[in-house]
Design a protein around this ligand. Structure first.
Ligand code: AMP
Ligand code: GLY
Length: 433
């Protein structure tokens, strides 16, 4: 079977890498892909939002399965367009993708299904939003309802900051139409974790819990980024807690979606959780794999990913086909100096081959392209250097040894990926599997 993978970041490289190991996959096409993906797949410069172009490609090249990485084509209805032409695509329909595309929709769904989450109010005017913030109390979280490329959330410390955030969204339209409606919600405290559940809409298989590192600098300082590294399994989610998440969060959410016309959820459901004193609560749902969480969860997945995705997309998932390797995985993102602000592109990347010559190391490309046969930088997050080992501490060491052999001008990375889990181990709290 030929597989089409839509997208061109580190997440999609990890998907292509895992799919390429599947005996049922005869070839992979990636649109648009990147320099690393091009080593494993044919790449074609069709952007991820060109749904008609992608349908045509899948038809012409007879792709038996299409896997969609980013949220934008999913919320635009790429899966509906594929299904209408009799093509199989792994991912939720447009109606089901609203779980990420509209925060107020997700909140209403959680309220009806009794899923634990921050208490919130959906507001359509600035007066209403300011009043809601005052009632909830500070700090308060103010979120643009629609997609905002990860920038639509502000944690406001007081009324003045809340008002600025509300006016940025509703008056200055910083997020376009995405900010016409705001969700104003209670600020949750605790450690965050990400759960990825592969589902056919009824049955679900939870992958290893992971933890992202969103801040640019060591010690979780500096501006927010798309993610500077991740590790899995995250011991903050014990096996008991994971079972609770499946029972009280994933299950009722899928049931709630299945009750809505056209919204039965097939694909991967990403639950961003806060581990509060009162148990796990949902911070956000995403309708896709996480980036860089995928780079650490797929190396720990035992099983044929293409078959698992085919069965989920066809409504016939066998959760026992989704196994877990008894390993720990760590991904360190190597970024362009200046990111998440302004940065330069086109820097020559050296040393990838020697990093990949190490055992149990894979270098996922996020922002690279080929220039006269050489790999050069083309984005803020450039590489996700990933390693696995029997213990988390050894996986961390292995990943950083690999990072040390790679270089490009103005490169920077965090040196403390997995610090929460490591300090938890040092203080003798739960050690995870
Ligand atoms: P989101 O775009 O919903 O993923 O939010 C981005 C980030 O904002 C999350 O990963 C959290 O770190 C933070 N955040 C969102 N909602 C809350 C909340 N209710 N309480 C505390 N932090 C939050
Ligand atoms: N790592 C966060 C996300 O994929 O949304």
């Amino acid at each position: 079977m030929k597989v089409l993978v839509v997208g061109g970041g580190g997440r999609e490289h990890a998907l292509v890498w895992k799919l390429a190991q599947s005996p049922t996959v005869s070839g992979i096409i990636a649109a648009p892909g990147n320099a690393g993906i091009a080593r494993l797949a044919e790449t074609t410069p069709i952007p991820a939002h060109d749904i008609e172009g992608l349908v045509r490609l899948a038809e012409e090249r007879e792709c038996g399965l299409t896997v969609v990485g980013p949220e934008v084509p999913l919320t635009l209805g790429i899966v509906d367009a594929f299904r209408a032409r009799g093509l199989t695509a792994f991912g939720p329909t447009r109606a089901a993708a609203r779980i990420e595309g509209s925060k107020s929709f997700a909140k209403e769904l959680m309220r009806r299904a009794g899923v634990p989450t921050a208490s919130a109010r959906t507001c359509t005017s600035r007066e209403e939003a300011a009043a809601a913030a005052g009632e909830i109390g500070y700090p308060v979280v103010i979120k643009a309802d629609g997609l905002a490329a990860g920038k639509g959330v502000v944690i406001a410390a007081d009324g003045h900051e809340a008002e600025t955030a509300i006016d940025d969204a509703m008056v200055r339209q910083r997020f376009g139409r995405s900010g016409d409606t705001l969700v104003v919600e209670e600020c949750l405290r605790g450690e965050e974790a990400s759960i990825l559940a592969i589902t056919d809409g009824r049955k679900a298989a939870l992958l290893a819990p992971s933890q992202d590192h969103k801040r640019a600098l060591d010690g979780d300082r500096g501006p927010n980024t798309g993610g500077m590294g991740a590790y899995a399994p995250a011991p903050v989610v014990s096996e008991e807690t994971l079972a609770d998440v499946e029972r009280s969060i994933i299950g009722p959410t899928l049931e709630g979606l299945a009750e809505m016309e056209g919204a039965e959820y097939r694909g991967v459901l990403y639950a961003g959780l806060m581990m509060t004193d009162g148990g796990p609560k949902v911070v956000e749902f995403n309708c896709r794999f996480g980036d860089p969480e995928t780079q650490v969860t797929l190396p720990l997945l035992e099983g044929d990913l293409a078959e698992i995705m085919m069965s989920a997309a066809s409504g016939d998932l066998d959760p026992s086909a989704v196994g877990a390797r008894p390993r720990h995985a760590v991904c360190v993102v190597m970024a362009s100096g200046g990111y998440p602000g302004q940065y330069e592109k086109g820097k020559l990347v050296e040393g990838i081959d020697s990093a990949e010559a190490m055992n149990d190391v894979v270098v996922f490309h996020a922002g690279t392209r080929l220039e006269d046969g050489a790999t050069v930088t083309s984005g803020g997050r450039v590489l996700g250097v990933t390693a696995w080992d029997a213990s988390l501490a050894d996986a961390v060491k292995r990943a950083y040894r690999a990072v040390d052999s790679i270089s490009f001008e103005n490169e920077y990375h965090r040196t403390d990926i997995a610090h929460r889990a490591l300090s938890r181990q040092n203080t003798g709290q739960g050690t995870g599997p």
